[in-house]
Design a protein around this ligand. Structure first.
Ligand SMILES: Nc1ncnc2c1ncn2[C@@H]1O[C@H](COP(=O)(O)OP(=O)(O)O)[C@@H](O)[C@H]1O
Ligand SMILES: Nc1ccn([C@@H]2O[C@H](COP(=O)(O)OP(=O)(O)O)[C@@H](O)[C@H]2O)c(=O)n1
Length: 229
């Protein structure tokens, strides 16, 4: 199999399956995986701990300038370090989830995050997931995927995941929160959640994780073959 190193951008709404299939794809190709949502979540956690209003762009950008966010690849999981503290679990809390889209809507915050993300992707051989990867962060990515699923299915999946992780979870509330977050992410002015013109859309509602990963890998191998190096 041809091993030309490419960039794979995976975007889509909340809980569509992005990080799950991104991790599988990266593992199979021995690529770096970058979870950009985790970076916005880490900043949100720090801003909540610092009692900064999520609407206060100036205070947030000052905070981000002083903030170190690292994504460390573990054996089975990616660990998120915020100023050297492991916040992998804490950034998934309901409080962070319900504030992150407000923090992420500010143009100055996005500009700095995109800069950091592009630096992480300087060396090809990367799978990156988020909301604006195919449109803004890696517009030249060789493979662009846009994952969707019905909101009912996405809420059901996230609900099960929350229970497994020991977070309290109410399905109806979760569905409303996901809809609200998708709305803010899609309507914001700065790099909103959008399918890139050249992205392949995959509806994951009724297909398995392995089937989704297989389709992405097929696309990747196709491009690698075309690159021919
Ligand atoms: N195709 C699928 N079928 C069933 N469950 C899935 C599928 N894709 C993802 N999941 C599950 O849905 C949940 C949300 O997936 P995740 O990858 O975290 O989504 P995202 O990164 O888009 O927010 C996870 O618990 C994951 O195991
Ligand atoms: N590239 C990205 C990634 C995430 N985000 C923001 O960060 C939030 C959390 O992203 P995530 O990928 O961790 O969210 P889930 O889909 O996993 O719930 C999103 O709802 C967006 O508000 C963004 O704006 N741009």
């Amino acid at each position: 199999m041809n091993k030309a190193e490419i960039a794979i951008a995976i975007d889509g709404p909340a809980a569509a399956g992005k990080s799950t299939v991104a991790k599988i794809t990266a593992r199979k190709l021995n690529y770096i995986y970058v979870d950009t949502g985790a970076m916005y979540r880490a900043l949100t956690l720090k801003s909540l701990n610092s009692e900064i209003d999520p609407d206060n762009e100036k205070a947030l950008i000052e905070l981000l300038t002083l903030t170190d966010i690292e994504l460390i690849q573990g054996e089975n999981n990616q660990h998120v370090l915020l100023d050297e503290y492991d916040v992998t679990h804490d950034i998934r809390s309901e409080q962070v989830t319900n504030n992150v889209s407000y923090v992420a809507q500010h143009p100055l915050i996005r500009k700095e995050m995109v800069k950091r993300q592009q630096k992480l992707a300087e060396k090809r051989g990367v799978v990156m997931d988020g909301r604006d990867i195919g449109t803004h962060v890696l517009p030249n990515a060789e493979v662009k995927i846009f994952l969707i699923a019905t909101v009912e299915e996405r809420a059901r999946r996230r609900h099960e995941e929350n229970l497994k992780k020991g977070f309290s979870s109410d399905l109806d509330t979760l569905k409303k929160e996901i809809e609200q977050r998708d709305l803010i992410d899609s309507k914001r002015e700065a790099s909103p959640l959008l399918k890139a013109d050249d992205a392949i859309e995959i509806d994951t509602t009724s297909i398995t994780i392995d089937e989704v990963a297989e389709r992405i890998l097929d696309e990747a191998y196709k491009v690698m073959g075309q690159k021919g190096d």
